[in-house]
Ligand binder design. Structure first.
Ligand SMILES: Cc1cc2nc3c(=O)[nH]c(=O)nc-3n(C[C@H](O)[C@H](O)[C@H](O)COP(=O)(O)OP(=O)(O)OC[C@H]3O[C@@H](n4cnc5c(N)ncnc54)[C@H](O)[C@@H]3O)c2cc1C
Length: 478
């Protein structure tokens, strides 16, 4: 019997698990993917929004601003990259300049600090690559950038170290009420629990509708991106947004915390909750739109494209809390953008709700800190040498694009909730994330995975069951 079962190990589920691990409770997270960070949390812009865009008075606005405030301390506690690089919402039409002031006022109402309007000269001196017709901007110094994978993984690892169980490859199929709570039926058997947290991303409406008579409806809204090589990452230093329109925040241009340049996303409602493919039209739109407000984006340097699905609930807000007719069942639904920014605050809100419901006592052994593995490429020369002298595996470079050593890959596999696939390694240490996109290092990473996991090379997958890379005795490439 669990106290709490959390469905989904994206940023919402991981943040909730971490916050709940501050209390004495028996908690488990079930995730249908082979790893944490397999849903929308792995495919987004990685912006920690300041909070001027969400409607005044909405839960989105409140949790965005709170999450933004929490992110810096969290990044220090859990050792993941976060940088407050600031955002500029740029205007290219003088007649639209009043819209910047409207946005500023909304931000002030939401509690965002430091917002100011910049004129043509000011904004061009801050960002020389802006299009010549940019005539003003809203500057939001509180906006930041984060590595979404590392944020998600760090929160989950810390929750695991503090006693939360994680069950991967475990898909919730049905939920039934019992006398003392709920029974979650999974592909690996039933789980009995007092409370459920429904953090299943685009599928959260499905689970809500199993227990409540008040229906929820989530539409997947696809966003497509182009990611450019690190040689282009310094084209802009702030996150550049156009003025928002009815499709949302629009197509941005931003540096990433790892030094790439990212452009996107589109916004297209689709019926398919698995529809994360990119399209020729979508990517063309990204390139066209991005080039309107930033000049000279070298699209020849695109190294990959991807798409993610926003979980848009019909009420256009986060849906967090217990439905009136399902006590003990806590929705964390409709977590569209800015869900990544808000995630620490989402975890805080849900854990407070469940602390009260279950009368939870503090966990005196809670460890708030997590130390990430050493990153060779970011260490000073002397420290690199010291590390290599201590363990020669750190001197064996496996991924040349991102300079990732064998030692770092071994760490990624051996850590709590360690990597079990090529993508798991990629998200933790960036092997395969660079210019060649794993073309050269994948076979070597597979060898390390097979050796560490004591399994055959044909058992190693790209991203869990159904994504084998090799087949048969002769190790034929699929
Ligand atoms: C294009 C795009 C751009 C975005 N940009 C930003 C941004 O810059 N800043 C920002 O703050 N936010 C952004 N967001 C929003 C942000 O990415 C999401 O709000 C956030 O990742 C949602 O996290 P989640 O944990 O709720 O959902 P998810 O990450 O989708 O996690 C849900 C998890 O539940 C699992 N699951 C589903 N069904 C089951 C089941 N039956 N059993 C077990 N597990 C199940 C899934 O596998 C998944 O891992 C963006 C989103 C998109 C799509």
């Amino acid at each position: 019997m669990y106290d709490i079962v959390i469905i989904g190990a994206g940023v919402s589920g991981a943040a909730t698990a971490r916050e709940l691990s501050r209390f004495r409770a028996r908690i488990c997270v079930i995730e249908r993917g082979e790893d944490v960070c397999c849903g929308t949390s792995k495919a987004n812009s990685g912006i920690v929004h300041a909070g001027f865009d969400a409607p005044e008075g909405s839960l989105m606005a409140r949790l965005n601003v709170r999450g933004n405030q929490m992110m810096e301390v969290l990044s220090r506690e859990l050792d993941f990259p976060f940088r407050r690089n600031g955002a500029l919402v740029v205007c290219r039409d003088e007649q639209m300049l009043p819209a910047l002031e409207t946005l500023r006022q909304r931000g002030v109402q939401n509690g965002v600090t430091g917002l100011c309007i910049l004129n043509r000269e000011e904004v061009h001196s801050m960002e020389p690559a802006l299009a010549d017709d940019v005539c003003g901007a809203l500057f939001a110094p509180a906006s930041g950038i984060v590595c979404p994978f590392e944020l998600n993984i760090a929160m989950a690892e810390n929750a695991a170290v503090n006693g939360v169980e994680f069950h991967m490859n475990t898909e919730a199929e049905d939920i039934r009420r019992t006398e003392d709570g709920y029974e979650v039926l999974t592909n690996r058997g039933p789980l009995r629990t007092k409370c459920v947290v429904n953090a299943a991303g685009v599928y959260a409406d499905r689970f809500h509708n199993m227990v409540s008579e008040t229906p929820l409806h989530i539409t997947p809204r696809r966003g497509e991106y182009c990611l450019l090589d690190k040689t282009t990452g310094s084209l802009v230093s702030h996150t550049i947004f156009p003025l928002p329109d009815r499709d949302g925040k629009g197509i941005l241009v931003t540096p990433t915390v790892h030094g790439n340049l990212l452009t996107g996303p589109t916004a297209e409602d689709i019926p398919d909750k698995e529809g994360v493919c990119t399209t020729a039209e979508g990517l063309s739109r990204v390139m066209e739109r991005a080039a309107l407000h930033v000049k000279g984006i070298p699209f020849r340097e695109v190294i990959t494209s991807f798409a993610g699905l926003r979980a848009c609930e019909d009420g256009h807000d986060f849906v967090i809390g217990e439905p009136a007719d399902a006590p003990g069942f806590v929705d964390c639904a409709g977590i569209a953008s800015p869900g990544l920014s808000a995630s620490p605050a989402i975890g805080e809100m849900i854990s407070e709700l469940l602390r009260k419901r279950l009368n939870l006592e503090p966990n005196p052994e809670f460890i708030p800190y997590r130390k990430g593995s050493p990153r060779l490429s970011s260490l000073p020369f002397e420290e690199r040498n010291r590390l290599i002298r201590g363990n020669p595996a750190y001197g064996n470079i496996i991924c040349r694009c991102e300079e990732v050593s064998e030692g770092e890959i071994i760490d990624a596999i051996r850590r709590p909730l360690g990597a079990r696939s090529l993508d798991g390694v990629k998200r933790r240490v960036r092997a395969g994330m660079g210019r060649c996109q794993g073309g050269f290092c994948s076979p070597k990473v597979m060898e390390i995975l097979a050796r560490e996991l004591r399994t055959g090379m044909d058992e190693i997958t790209k991203a869990g069951p159904g994504s084998a890379v090799l087949k048969g005795r002769n190790m034929e490439w699929l």
